[in-house]
Design a protein around this ligand. Sequence first.
Ligand code: ZN
Length: 696
Amino acid sequence: MKKVFFLMSIILSCFGCTNRQAAFKEFDYKVDRFADMEIIRYQVPGFEDLSLRQKKLVYYLSEAALWGRDIIYDQNYRHNLLIRHCLEAIYQYADISRQGEDWQAFEVYLKRLWVANGIHHHYSTDKFEPGFSQDFFVTALRAVPAEKLPSMESGRLTQEQNPLQTQDSLNTTQYADELAARLLPLIFDARLDAKRVNQAQGEDLIVSSACNYYRDLSQKEAEAFYAVLNNPENPCPVSYGLNSRLVKEEGQLREEVWKIGGLYSPALEKITYWLELALEVAENPRQKEIIQSLIDYYHSGDLETFDQFSILWVQDLESKVDFINGFIESYGDPLGIKGSWEAIVNFKNEEASKRTQIISDNAQWFEDNAPIADEFRKKEVKGVSAKVITNAIMGGDAFPTTAIGINLPNADWIRRDYGSKSVTIENITEAYFQSSQGSGFNEEFMWSEAEVKASAKYGFITGNLHTDLHECLGHGSGQLLPGVDPNALRSYGSVIEETRADLFALYFLADPKLVELGLLPNEEAYKAEYYEYVMNGLMTQLSRIEKGKQIEESHMRNRALIARWLLDQGSKDKVMKLKKRHNKTYLVIHDYGALRQLTGELLAEVQRIKSEGDYTAAEALVENYAVQVDPLLHQEILDRYAKLNLSPYKGFVNPLYKPVYNDKDEIIDIIVLHNENYVEQHLRYSKDYAALPVEN
Ligand code: ZN
């Protein structure tokens, strides 16, 4: 539950470093645009400077990262893999015209499916509306050569496994029609499995969510199942339920564990195959131990082994190459229990990490000076480590949309006893920035030239610092009172946690200490981030929400919560207000100092809510400030945004790592290629990394 996603406002900010800009100029960032998405490339600066051994390590871990792709499709929705296979078969092999509106809409639908790892929007989690007709779809499916359609048993697009090869009596059209009969309601019935993750208050969140983490049971049953396992007396509990699907069969609840020999075994076997190779080129004995413990965990499914892995992993600060690979974040589960599979491979950006080193060296000062009650304060901050990294590959739930900062592990007791590792992913923020030059966004939404200029001058550095502080210190700060259940805030837990981390970052961003530490050039700089943050939370993030919908995603809720609470409190004392000019709404901030005090007050309250597990207060704060959308303001933002012709969301294509062999078949180098387009990449991934049957 510890990620910072990209704040739209960052893209308009400017780099301090002109050399870097020059170096990036030649690179072609833009790849594709469709629906609400823009797809961009990212560079991997510094890869060439790694040793051959490190390059091999990155390469093997990258393969391990890509082999889990099918898992996230299945976790997101039980029918996603079948749908993806059929759509890709049509796209590649159907003998029909590639002209006309139906085809175009079909292509957009498939591209959106790849973005979302399934048929529900990656951010809103609403089911996509197909813009093509049912007739078109059935005709297209019938026009696919029989051997290219997925077998419903195996899901693999191989001739050997297609039933049509062995069952001559089965007529091709008949088989296509059987598939169509299953697929039509899944794709075209808007009410069926309408939402991947439903957070609506008062509904059964499991029954009304389409994600594939629970089967045939109610929210009450699932909560009761895990309530029994969670013993509040245990100071070091495993993350119960993190790596399994919970099912009900003949009245009994049972976990189907994701492990080798269990659910998702074929994918996990491939992942561990590549992890075994990575083991051989690990940088040091500790890293070897880390990879080995992950392999052991994939074999046993034992959550204690996963905790041991996490403890080893969080303590590894010396390795240059690092990775995430596993069932990690729980945003995809309305109850916040199940971990979606994700993977990232990265290496340290030594130069930029000097900044985060200063922050982590001063972690205790920040904790001691946080504006929270003493009983909620950590007496001793342990193992706060932070670095700036270069992503080399992203996979599973971390792809093709991704975070710009990560803080792990998620287990509260490991964070308490061993600290956490926190990263800011600067080649990703750079790609966002470079691909968004000159969009006109700030000029449209900011009150005056002064805010636009401040953003250009300080926005990039303060945005990155916000991420550093949020990840490195914010999530790790504070403590629960003894006996408080870490899951006490239930479905409000992740919003409150993100709110807490953001407030921590905002509060300290305005502290003179940052100037003293050399992290900010002067005591004005922080204002750029304050303005952009509040503007985004009050107004511009609404551009990501469809007309008539409410705010649902955790990070958007947390930003709305903070910005609206500040406006609510701040407008009383004329700290800030929303002002109209030529019928357009703008944020005007009069008193930044007072605004900072308000962030401190809200932080104190949010920390209290978390430390005491005050569910009622969490519910009130979220429901009052973070959910509803003012329809008039929403329409205005949508109209203004539409005129800018921007895509509200960005996704990525990965680079391709290609080993170079000598005549003895030994790898002598790994080269990075950036020449794949979006469609090519996903069709290749579907072909080369098809690990799972269509139904699991
Ligand atoms: Zn976070």
